[in-house]
Design a protein around this ligand. Structure first.
Ligand SMILES: Cc1ncc(C[n+]2csc(CCOP(=O)(O)OP(=O)(O)O)c2C)c(N)n1
Ligand SMILES: [Mg+2]
Length: 279
């Protein structure tokens, strides 16, 4: 396949932006580490999926976005939602099922949403939010608002029909939407390679729909910020000329999911111990 890892020039990322990226990444890491501890204490209602190690992607995009842009994300959405400016206290209260939570304690970790800050929802059905993000982009296009929808999803999502439908329609209608694949190499416990015909699950396929694929290192905050700036900037500047773009990225380590944490909790409560997979 022709897809290559790119390294956008980052020399122009200024010091205040770098500090903001760093601050945000630390905040997101702290939030999730605390959430994980509380989960192990059985205080988190329902399940919770962490994005430990994926902070550079959330921070890079959030810092580059306009306040009225839209974010759509998966059940692994703490970072993306908080990075848009949603309240950490309300987010944590939501995980704990409290009335003062972001969704009054009714949605939990997998559904964090804060429309005021453009965080248009975390979706537990794999792939469900890609067509919805395309719809939001369509709305922005019709209203000529200049808003861009950014849609985050996992590598496993590229094997779902909705991924293909959303990309195809977005190109046909030239929608201002950016599709961002966070490739952590696994779809839950299944190594993506064992179930996917191409090497780069999103990037290799996006070109089939006429999208420009960009494959970058998701661990590098400067690179992520610059990638975000470029991928968001182009559809905003020329909404009807350019098709939606796909950005795929590699994340080389696996981040712990709450499913793993659930297992640990069950075994702890039955008196057995087991080491968690490392992050
Ligand atoms: C339509 C649908 N099928 C199956 C599932 C069960 N499921 C939950 S997470 C997951 C794996 C998703 O992998 P990926 O898109 O790579 O996201 P990651 O968890 O790695 O961030 C699956 C299959 C689901 N939630 N929705
Ligand atoms: Mg994955």
């Amino acid at each position: 396949m022709s897809t290559r890892v790119e390294k956008p020039a980052t020399a122009d990322v200024d010091r205040p932006t770098r500090l903001r990226l760093y601050q945000l990444m630390v905040e997101l890491r702290d939030f999730e580490q605390r959430a994980y501890e509380l989960f192990l204490e059985n205080l988190v209602r329902g399940t919770s999926h962490l994005a430990l190690g994926q902070e550079a992607i959330s921070a890079g995009y959030a810092v580059a976005m306009r306040p009225d842009d839209y974010t759509f994300c998966t059940y692994r959405g703490h970072g993306h939602t908080l990075a848009r400016g949603a309240s950490m206290a309300a987010g944590m209260a939501e995980l704990l099922g409290r009335g003062n939570g972001m969704l009054h304690g009714k949605g939990g970790s997998m559904h964090l949403t804060d429309v005021k800050h453009g965080a248009m929802g975390s979706y537990a059905i794999v792939g469900a939010h890609l067509p919805i993000a395309a719809g939001a982009a369509w709305s922005a296009q019709v209203r000529k608002s200049g808003q861009v929808a950014v849609c985050f999803f996992g590598d496993g999502t590229t094997n779902i029909g909705a991924f293909h439908e959303a990309l195809n329609l977005s190109v046909i209608w030239k929608l201002p939407v950016v599709f961002v694949c966070e490739n952590n190499q696994y779809m839950e416990y299944t190594p993506i390679r064992s179930v996917t015909a191409v090497e780069h699950p999103a990037a290799d396929r996006a070109s089939a729909y006429g999208l420009e694929s960009i494959l970058v290192d998701g661990n590098d905050a400067d690179v992520m910020y610059e990638t975000a700036r470029q991928t968001i900037g182009r559809p905003r500047a020329r909404p009807s000329e350019k098709p939606a773009r796909a950005t795929a990225r590699h994340w080389w380590r696996r981040s712990p999911t709450a499913t793993e944490a659930t297992r640990a909790r069950t075994q702890r409560s039955t008196g057995r111990t087991r080491r968690l997979p490392s992050g």
